[in-house]
Design a protein around this ligand. Sequence first.
Ligand SMILES: Cc1ncc(COP(=O)(O)O)c(C=O)c1O
Length: 250
Amino acid sequence: MDFKTAPEIIKAMKEKVSLGAFGYEWPQADYFNAVADWYEIEHGYRPQTNWMIFTTGVVPAISSIVRRVSHIGDNVLVQEPVYNIFYNSILNNGRHALSSNLVFDGEHYSIDWTDLEEKLADPLTTLMIFCNPHNPIGKVWTKAEVQKIAQLCQKHHVVLLSDEIHSDLVGKGQGYTPAFSIEAKSNVISLVSPSKTFNVAALHAAYEEGHDWLKKLKQQLNENFDYISQFIQENVPEVKVVSGDATYLM
Ligand SMILES: Cc1ncc(COP(=O)(O)O)c(C=O)c1O
């Protein structure tokens, strides 16, 4: 969307920016607790933090899950019309996209349950990607619908992957039902993200500037390397420096 993100996020990012270092980090307990607190406050369900795993994006997660839980040639079930990038994750991994099309009555879309169950019952169908709420139709599935889909998936040994990236943006009507909150959840994976909610989806790298900075960095690294090599040679002769031309690692 085109809205500026929340002031709290800008403040936190300014603090991070003024720190100036963005190397590897790994989410700690406070990160997972924040996700659980968010879901409890916004959606009334608290996911268990020890069931959570961090990924760098919903689409990368979908692609990994497609590879992990299905096999080449399997059917991955979707509900057309649906977010086009699902197809990239399915087809680029050598799986077959099988749609149980949503039925449009001129005003609303709904599920053809008979068709859905037939397609879930196909032995080649091992994974269903469910869009909850649904992009592009904006539909918030009811608790009964989420429950029924999860039960059908369980009955037919299909893993249910529920993409819930739009869940915080339910502006009207009933709230959404997280797939992890329902009973038949042993075969369910919910994908959640702050990227749509807070308009932070494009926080990725930039290559346009920084050539001069990099040149100076490399000069400094070379000087550091020479300095340490000399120091070790003079003071710790039993340690041998293996010289190399690349990286800041020694
Ligand atoms: C349903 C759905 N899933 C995933 C994404 C993208 O997720 P990410 O940027 O975390 O890969 C979008 C973006 O439009 C989306 O609509």
